[in-house]
Design a protein around this ligand. Structure first.
Ligand code: FE2
Length: 176
C-alpha cells in the first residue's frame, strides 16, 4: 500500500477509536440510568459489572487515542444505529418498563461487539497491532457482558411480570 493510502487508513482508524470511546462513554451513562430503575440485587449486579467493563474500556480507548496523537477525546456525537438504540433506552425508561432494561443492556453489549469487530479489522489493515489487540480484548469482554445479561432472562422477565401486576393493582386501587 502506498504511504498516502496508509496515512488515510491510520486517520480513519483514529476516527473509529474516537467513535468507540464515545459509544462506551454513552453506554456508561445509559447503564447508570438503567441501574437506578432496577431493585433486584442480582440483576443490578450484572448491570454494574457491565458498567465497570465499559468504564475500563473508556479509559483504555482514551490511552489509545493519546498514542494515536488524538489527545484527550472530546465527547463526540453518537450517530446512526447507536443513537437510535440510546434513544430507545431512554424511551423505555420514560415508560418505566424496567423489565426491558435486560433487552437494552443486551443490545448495548452487542452494539459494542459490532463496533470492535470493525475496529479490529481496520486496525489490522492499518498495521496497528496494539489497537487490533485492544479491539480483540474489548470484543471478548463485551461478548461476556452480553452473555451475563442473557443468563438472566428469567430474572428480567420476573421483573416485567411484577411490574405489570403492580400496575394492575394501582389501576384497581385508583378506580376504587
Ligand atoms: Fe465495552
Amino acid at each position: 500500500m502506498d504511504p498516502t493510502a496508509q496515512d488515510k487508513l491510520r486517520d480513519k482508524l483514529a476516527d473509529y477509536v474516537e467513535d468507540a470511546h464515545a459509544l462506551e462513554s454513552s453506554v456508561v451513562d445509559n447503564l447508570d440510568t438503567m441501574i437506578g430503575t432496577i431493585d433486584d440485587p442480582k440483576l443490578k449486579e450484572v448491570l454494574q459489572r457491565n458498567r465497570q467493563v465499559s468504564r475500563q474500556h473508556v479509559e483504555r480507548l482514551k490511552q489509545r487515542l493519546e498514542h494515536l496523537d488524538r489527545g484527550t477525546p472530546v465527547r463526540k456525537r453518537i450517530e446512526g444505529m447507536a443513537l437510535s438504540l440510546m434513544k430507545g433506552v431512554s424511551d423505555v425508561l420514560r415508560t418505566d418498563a424496567s423489565g426491558k432494561v435486560g433487552r437494552d443492556a443486551y443490545l448495548l453489549a452487542h452494539t459494542q461487539v459490532a463496533a470492535y469487530e470493525l475496529l479490529g479489522r481496520l486496525a489490522e489493515a492499518a498495521g496497528d497491532t496494539q489497537t487490533a489487540e485492544l479491539a480483540r480484548e474489548h470484543l471478548a469482554e463485551d461478548k461476556s457482558c452480553a452473555d451475563e445479561v442473557a443468563a438472566q432472562w428469567d430474572g428480567f422477565f420476573e421483573v416485567t411480570l411484577a411490574g405489570w401486576r403492580d400496575g394492575a393493582t394501582e389501576k384497581t386501587t385508583a378506580t376504587v
